[in-house]
Design a protein around this ligand. Structure first.
Ligand code: MAN
Length: 353
């Protein structure tokens, strides 16, 4: 049993967001970065788009050109492509391609944090560099020393890595480059320095499978140079058998740092993407390398129809959390298709540990 939900809202569906280009159609609006801006909550949602046109016997795979952000569709004969799952195909040369490209779009919510007020009609943050040609994905926003920083997954033939950008107004952005090389995702910056250093959670995806991918910790003097890497939490329970990764930017509560992380459970036959759930973790306030507790059971599991059905079924994937007194509003991607918000009790999250 997961935690009691005080509210569940599907905030945004693909059909509510206009495509960025006449050759593309929106398949998903999900995995939003979350920022508290004054009294409101702003989201940078990931918009994934596939080729709008169909050509008999061919598959169209989109990508961007560096510098110009121009879109190209590569038309490959279907016979040269082997589908792996809805997100990826294998090309005859043995390498894979995504079936879509992703950019980020600004969405403003009203004061309740549970209703959409405005969706940017055009992309807010488009792929631009050689390491973003297949997309920019899954931003996590941390308000740090007066600036909104966000990490995002940069995807290209070079791999899936994590880059850093910052903004003051969500109109003008500064790119700070790659901070964790491929393959590394789920990078979250703590909202303040600890012991004089910046701290990040990250999740390397090793190819030598001694263990399922784990959450790691790293430290930096300047947000760019990261070191003293160390494994933090490896999961190990049955609902965590395929991987664990950080989900929301840690929030300081009296007991320490509260993190919501995600877990993936693969089915025993290994077929399909499996089930994504979310759990809570508490880290020591002065030394986040010390995990004080994790939830006894997942606090959020796919239940609602929009969490169970979609591009990738059975996924709840939190990417941001805002506290309103005792209530935690958790923003999350659902079934790799929509953006939702769920309201839980902070007290009950802490009691789950
Ligand atoms: C996985 C998933 C997708 C993502 C790709 C590339 O397949 O996380 O959502 O688009 O990796 O990062």
């Amino acid at each position: 049993m997961s935690l009691r939900r005080y509210d569940t809202v599907c905030l945004l569906r693909p059909e509510e967001v206009p495509p960025s280009h006449p050759s593309l159609r929106v398949i998903s609006v999900f995995n939003p970065g979350v920022a508290q801006v004054g009294d409101s909550v702003w989201l940078l949602v990931r918009v994934a788009e596939a080729c709008a046109e169909t050509r008999a016997g061919f598959i169209g795979l989109p990508r961007y050109t560096p510098d110009t952000s121009e879109l190209t569709i590569d038309w490959l004969p279907e016979s040269a492509v082997e589908p792996i799952d809805p997100r990826v195909v294998r090309i005859r040369d043995g390498f894979i391609r995504l079936t879509f490209v992703s950019h980020l779009r600004l969405v403003k919510l009203d004061r309740t944090g549970k209703r959409v007020e405005w969706v940017s009609p055009t992309p807010t943050f488009l792929p631009q560099t050689p390491w973003e040609t297949y997309g920019v994905e899954d931003p996590r926003i941390t308000y740090l020393e007066g600036t909104y920083y966000f990490t995002y997954v940069a995807v290209s033939p070079h791999g899936a890595c994590t880059a850093l950008a910052s903004t003051h107004d969500f109109v003008n952005f500064t790119r700070h480059g790659i901070i964790f090389p491929p393959e590394n995702k789920d990078v979250l910056l703590f909202p303040e320095k600890i012991g004089g250093e910046y701290v990040a959670l990250h999740r390397p995806n090793p190819n030598t499978h001694f263990h399922a991918p784990e959450m790691w910790l790293a430290y930096s003097p300047d947000l760019i140079r990261w070191g003293r890497h160390q494994p933090l939490y490896g999961g190990g329970r049955n609902w965590e058998n395929d991987r664990v990764g950080g989900s929301t930017v840690p929030i300081r509560v009296p007991q320490g740092w509260l993190e919501i992380y995600h877990s993936n459970q693969k089915t025993t036959d290994g077929v399909g993407v499996g089930v994504y759930t979310a759990s809570a973790m508490l880290m020591d306030a002065e030394n986040p390398a010390k995990v004080l507790a994790v939830s006894q059971k997942p606090i959020l599991v796919p239940e609602a129809e929009f969490e169970r059905e979609g591009f990738v079924p059975n996924v709840v994937f939190p990417t941001g959390m805002v506290l309103h007194e005792d209530r935690a509003l958790i923003y999350y991607g659902t079934a790799d298709t929509c953006t939702g918000v769920v309201e839980l009790s902070l007290q009950e999250i802490l009691e789950s540990l």
